[in-house]
Design a protein around this ligand. Structure first.
Ligand SMILES: [Zn+2]
Ligand SMILES: [Zn+2]
Length: 539
């Protein structure tokens, strides 16, 4: 540590408990403490500090408005849940950790009810949502219930974010709802940290220290108190493996899900028929475009991009490479007309429009179908926290595509997205899933509306692959001697490749070995053996 030269800001950026949390993150994710301290707060905007200078550290310890009149209007949704009363009591005591699996139409209401239980004891609440735009329905519902006591920490410019952060620190809000950085909010007397849509991929930071909101929420409440609630229609295998008490509706609340084989051009006649009577529906078509170029019409060779060899896709009347975006030109003869294998959201929109009795749309921004009657076609980017759907029909068009996607967690993610989409058919609609493998565990989980058996099976497969659920995984890049140095930590799995004069190791460890591993990586970095460590890489 160098001598202190100058005081930069009158603002204290973290207190002792946050420093403890930062030290834990630094160890768990093998990241420099300075990097971790850097992500605790937004970039500083000095001009905002003079405005806020009047309020001093720790001036306000109690929520501004312990009892707002509006709270009476919060419905007691969780009271009808199995384990709901216990969870509400635990939130009141600011302790305990729960896995919450709401009925789809209750997703926002349960968050509001949980926050109310926290505020009732004059404590503050943090709600972390995976996406900022469009404003998640959970954020809107919290704002409607608790008004100005809620800070929406979603996007915004640098100045606004820093201003909000200072206001949170000064105790001007009792609830913060925001994306990943909200889990570090400088609130005092936190009684609840609530993670919405826990299985969403955006809860993991793709930049150092590569932390996951779930782990931070668990650790923050462990260190500083507060109940932790992980909420999802379909939790991750990691959350399910924690063995937490599960809170869910006492009765089964899931739409009727019918599995049919995809017919010619990916449309079952059962689905085409159903579309005739649908008033509001959602067709989940994760592939964009109209189709994929299969063959060059000029020379008869398989189609591939002339510039890079990539796949050519027909979209909005043009054929383009999905890798480099060049206009589609045959790599062999330079021809530009192709035989297209139809499939993709654009194609779905066309055939659905021929069968439906209401307008069919493929909007540019995610939204639910219009109340006046509409069928919306969309991919993954449409499946968001848009509020209760109340749709007549939700269709998953190509459930088999999930099995073709690479990655250990690809199927789990696909199921989580399907479940969120199918949940829009609550309370009175139904769902049709097109799959050639109706007995596939993911498809069966979707039919039942319960991922338990699927997650248990995935867990077995991940253990067999050497990456058990819950075992920390690291990708370490370094030079000579790296492999031997890592072997000392007795990894569960260690996959080693070399690239030029670099060694790349992917390893899974028992959780208990992380502290020793973390220290050793720092020492090896000093010695020049380790160049880079990435925690929890996408597998
Ligand atoms: Zn050709
Ligand atoms: Zn290309």
């Amino acid at each position: 540590m160098l001598p202190v030269m100058r005081l930069v800001s009158p603002v204290r950026f973290f207190d002792e408990p946050m420093l403890q949390l930062a030290r834990w993150i630094s160890e768990r994710y093998v990241a420099p403490l300075a990097t971790v301290l850097g992500v605790l707060s937004p970039p500083r905007v000095a001009g905002e500090e003079t405005v806020a200078a009047g309020t001093s550290d720790g001036a306000e310890h109690r929520p501004a408005n312990p009892e707002g009149p509006e709270e009476a209007t919060v419905p007691a949704t969780l009271s009808g849940y199995r384990g709901g009363t216990e969870m509400l009591e635990a939130i009141g005591r600011a302790s305990g950790t729960f896995l919450l699996r709401p009925a789809p139409e209750d997703e926002q209401a349960v968050a509001v009810h949980a926050v109310k239980a926290c505020l009732a004891q004059a404590r503050r609440a943090i709600v972390v949502v995976p996406e900022a735009t469009p404003v998640p329905a959970t954020a809107t519902a919290l704002r409607a219930a608790f008004g100005d006591r809620v800070c929406l920490y979603l996007g915004g410019d640098k100045r606004q974010r820093y201003r909000d952060w200072l206001a949170l620190r000064d105790g001007r809000y009792d609830v913060v709802v925001g994306t990943r950085p909200a889990v570090f909010s400088p609130l005092r007397d936190v009684g609840l940290v609530y993670v919405s849509r826990e299985s969403h991929a955006a809860h993991r930071d793709d930049r150092a220290p590569y932390h996951h909101v779930r782990d931070i929420a668990l650790q923050r409440t462990r260190l500083s108190g507060g109940a932790c609630v992980l909420a999802a229609l379909c939790p991750t295998g990691e959350a399910a493996a924690l063995g937490l008490p599960v809170v869910m509706p006492a009765d089964r609340r899931w739409p009727l899900v019918e599995v049919v084989r995809p017919g010619p051009e990916g449309r079952a006649s059962r689905l085409v028929q159903a579309l005739r009577t649908v008033r509001r529906g959602f067709l989940y078509a994760p592939m964009p475009g109209y189709g994929v170029a299969e063959v060059c019409r000029t020379c008869g060779q398989p189609a591939a991009c002339a510039s890079c060899g990539g796949l050519l896709r027909a979209e909005s009347g043009q054929v383009r490479c999905i890798v480099c975006s060049s206009l589609g030109v045959c790599a062999v003869c330079g021809g530009s007309t192709f035989g297209i294998r139809r499939g993709g959201a654009e194609h779905v929109e066309r055939w659905a429009a021929r069968s439906a009795s209401v307008p069919v749309a493929r909007p540019s921004r995610p939204r639910l179908p219009k109340l006046t009657g509409e069928i919306v076609v969309g991919g993954t980017e449409f499946v968001r926290d848009l509020g209760p759907g109340d749709l007549d029909l939700v269709a998953v068009l190509d459930a088999d595509a999930a099995a073709r996607r690479p990655g250990l967690a690809a199927r789990e993610r696909a199921l989580a997205i399907w479940m969120e989409a199918v949940g829009w058919a609550r309370p009175a609609g139904r769902a049709i899933v097109q799959s050639s493998h109706p007995s596939d565990p993911a498809v069966q989980a979707l039919v039942r509306g319960n991922p338990d058996r699927f997650l248990a099976r995935e867990g077995e497969q991940r253990a067999a692959a050497g990456f058990p659920v819950g075992a920390p995984v690291f990708r370490v890049i370094g030079g000579d001697g790296l492999e031997a140095a890592l072997a000392e930590h007795r990894p569960l799995t260690s996959l080693v490749t070399t690239l030029g004069n670099r060694t790349i190791c992917l390893l899974a460890l028992e959780a208990g070995r992380v502290p020793g591993f973390s220290r050793a990586m720092r020492d090896l970095a000093v010695e020049g053996v380790v160049e880079r460590v990435e925690a929890e890489p996408h597998l």
